[in-house]
Design a protein around this ligand. Structure first.
Ligand SMILES: NC(=O)c1ccc[n+]([C@@H]2O[C@H](COP(=O)([O-])OP(=O)(O)OC[C@H]3O[C@@H](n4cnc5c(N)ncnc54)[C@H](O)[C@@H]3O)[C@@H](O)[C@H]2O)c1
Length: 246
């Protein structure tokens, strides 16, 4: 059993990832800006004893570094770091203002950098670990989010690739899982009606929307010690939508 930190784990994909690790017996630190939802998620789970809540606003280095110190004080070390915090808004160039651009970058990209910077020294000291970034297939396709969102998620690809050599030499593998249309509150906000969801579903060769468990199963796999050779990859999870030949 190992220690896991899921950042952005109160809801959606991160929530499923945290619950999956906890059900498998791992000790899971779950950090999020939304403490109310986080507390409810933990209280309603069947594995409350394996889930531990931490406050964080990933857009602030002070907040992320304080959270990291608290997690290490409690657990001693973290084997797997999952970064799943993120925001989106489907807007084009004309509509995206500077405030939204900065906010999206601050959470999706700066928050990712802060989280890796705060936790990786502890992994490097132990010469082991795994970092899994929840990115987005929309940074490949340029559809489904908004320009500020694609840019932040594209930045995550570059950040991940820039760390391959440095972290790999410490036995730490780092990968991006790039989902598209996974059932969550984020998806509901982007596609609020049954018709809009059906229209997306029609584009997915496998015939259904993604489920948070599709992501969490892959997170389990790539963070396992026997999967260390999967390193520096962008793993697209989309039911075949991106490469369907249309
Ligand atoms: N749902 C999809 O279809 C989909 C597709 C592609 C990529 N993604 C990516 O997956 C990740 C998770 O998305 P989701 O669908 O679960 O979204 P979600 O909105 O359900 O969950 C996001 C979580 O991040 C937390 N968060 C937001 N701002 C934060 C901050 N400043 N500090 C700390 N936590 C913060 C929220 O409180 C929430 O718990 C995101 O990075 C998203 O871009 C989702």
């Amino acid at each position: 059993m190992d220690n896991v930190l899921v950042i952005g784990g109160a809801a959606g994909i991160g929530r499923e990832i945290a619950l999956d690790f906890a059900k498998k017996g791992h000790q899971v630190a779950v950090a999020d800006i939304d403490r109310t939802t986080l507390n409810t998620m933990i209280q309603q789970s069947s594995v409350e004893q394996n889930l531990h809540a931490f406050d964080v606003d990933v857009s602030s280095w002070e907040s992320v570094s304080a959270m990291a110190r608290q997690v290490i004080e409690k657990f001693g070390h973290v084997h797997t770091l999952v970064f799943s915090a993120g925001i989106t808004k489907r807007l084009g160039l004309e509509e995206v203002d500077w405030a939204l651009w900065k906010k999206t970058m601050a959470i999706n990209l700066h928050g990712l950098f802060y989280s890796i910077k705060a936790i990786s020294p502890y992994m490097m000291a132990r010469k082991e670990g795994s970092i899994v970034i929840i990115g987005s297939g929309s940074a490949i396709t340029g559809s489904g989010g908004g320009i500020q969102y694609y840019a932040s998620k594209g930045g995550a690809f570059g950040l991940m690739r820039s760390l391959v050599k440095e972290l790999g030499s410490y036995g730490i593998n780092v990968n991006v899982i790039a989902p598209r249309v996974i059932q969550s509150q984020m998806l509901d906000a982007l596609y609020p009606t049954a018709e809009s969801k059906q229209a997306i579903m029609n584009e997915i060769p496998i015939g259904r929307l993604g489920k948070p468990s599709d992501i969490s199963e892959l997170v389990q796999y790539v963070s396992a010690k026997q999967a260390k050779y999967i390193h520096g990859q962008i793993l697209v999870l989309d039911g075949g939508r991106t490469y369907q030949g249309k």
